[in-house]
Design a protein around this ligand. Structure first.
Ligand code: GAF
Length: 397
């Protein structure tokens, strides 16, 4: 019994129709439109965004769809495929309120108001095939499709170009940081709103400037289905350790630390744990730069070298940054033994997904090897799927 491979069982058209149906069943009638936004996989550059370095994510074909109608009051009614209708008053939204998934939706409205835009209430029905809790940014996908819908329905004029989308991404990140209370960087929201089909996003997280790099290869995503506790606390702890190292090194951001003579430079970091965290960040940024140079070679790109960089990134995340877990390590090791060019955990870690770079048409044995390794350990079977770079957020209907 293989993991799920190949085409998705739902299509974007199915999900658009499902969002309309859910809207009608929950609120009655037609929405003003349906908008969608993708999850993302990060090729390389993990935990680098909040350290101001370069990252290389891409949008995936899996998307979250929102059927939305504008209201004349300040009430937001929202429903998703697996929850009942919830009602939130916009004036009650703020740091920590509301809890749970509605925070990702109304947090965006709140953040846009905080940025000086005029928005109001809405009825919102959400459907999605982005696996949640899988490290594939289902939360950024919700934020991004809601942001694009609100932008259009209130005439904010931001969704039509990259500069405007960058502002929407900032609002989405602020919703997540301040309303949800997760101290993330801005990579995921940028990938979801600014991604381009067939391209990875070379994102400079200091300036939030983007370059779209053609990337046509298929990637194998392995969702370990491991969801570890304490994730939020651990993520925040990593951020603090990076800030501590930057402080000891006398720089604002770890992206300011040159990679040459690193071990000597890092002697200035007094805490050995913070030193290892900084070692990961500085070496990871160098790996992203090399990966970007490889992708710039286009069809002649040296995929074997890119694969080695993937694997080195995993080792560094496992040993220096300590955000991997057994399920991710086993997935990576099994994929490599079965012939993957490279493999690594992707996203925040502590569970979630691994990504493997594979020769075209050769993912079957790799999936078999990962599934067998999980079966041997009596672990829940992983979910696997092949992806190519998908499009950023859009209006669909
Ligand atoms: C999560 C965060 F949301 C991102 O901002 C990023 O830090 C990532 O973990 C790690 O690279 O997805």
């Amino acid at each position: 019994a293989r993991g799920i491979l190949g085409p998705m069982t739902t299509t974007p058209a199915d999900l658009t129709a499902a969002a309309r149906d859910l809207f009608d069943a929950s609120f009655g009638g037609e929405p003003d439109g349906v908008w969608s936004a993708p999850g993302r996989v990060n090729l390389i550059g993990e935990h680098v965004d909040y350290n101001g370095g370069l990252v290389l994510p891409m949008a995936i074909p899996q998307r979250t769809h929102a059927a939305v109608a504008r209201r004349d009051d300040r009430t937001v009614r929202l429903v998703s495929g697996d929850s009942d209708v919830q009602t939130v008053q916009l004036d009650a939204v703020g740091p920590g309120t509301p809890g749970d998934w509605p925070a990702y939706v109304v947090g965006v409205l709140w953040a846009l108001e905080q940025a000086g835009h005029t928005v109001g209430g809405a009825d919102i029905a959400i459907t999605s095939d982005v696996p949640s809790g899988a490290g594939l940014s289902s939360s950024a996908a919700i934020e991004a499709c809601v942001a694009l819908a609100v932008d259009e329905l209130w005439g904010l004029g931001l969704g039509g170009d990259d500069a405007g989308r960058r502002e929407l991404a900032t609002a989405c990140q602020r919703a997540e940081n301040e309303v949800v209370g997760a101290p993330t960087g801005g990579m995921d929201q940028a990938a979801s709103l600014r991604g381009r089909e067939g391209h990875a996003l070379e994102l400079d997280c200091r300036t939030m400037e983007v370059e779209h790099v053609p990337f046509a290869h298929e990637l194998l995503i392995i969702d370990t289905r491991a969801h570890h506790a304490l994730v939020d606390g651990q993520y925040a702890a990593r951020r603090r350790q990076c800030e501590e190292a930057a402080h000891d090194l006398g720089v604002e951001l770890l992206a300011d630390v040159p990679a040459d003579g690193l071990d000597e430079r890092l002697e200035a970091v007094s805490d050995p744990v913070a030193r290892r965290r900084a070692h990961h960040i500085v070496t990871e940024i160098a790996r992203v730069e090399r990966s970007a140079a490889i992708l710039a070679q286009g069809p002649d790109a040296d995929l074997a070298e890119l694969g080695r960089l993937f694997t080195a990134s995993h080792v560094s995340l496992r040993d220096d940054f300590e955000v991997s877990c057994d399920e991710l390590d086993v997935a990576v090791d099994a994929a490599l033994s079965a012939g993957a060019l490279g493999a690594r955990m992707t996203g925040g870690g502590f569970g979630g997904s691994a990504v493997a770079l594979v020769h075209p048409g050769e993912s079957g044995p790799i999936v078999d090897a990962v599934v067998a390794a999980y079966r041997e350990r009596d672990w829940t079977a992983p979910r696997t799927f092949l992806v190519t770079a998908g499009a950023g957020a859009s209006r669909d209907a």
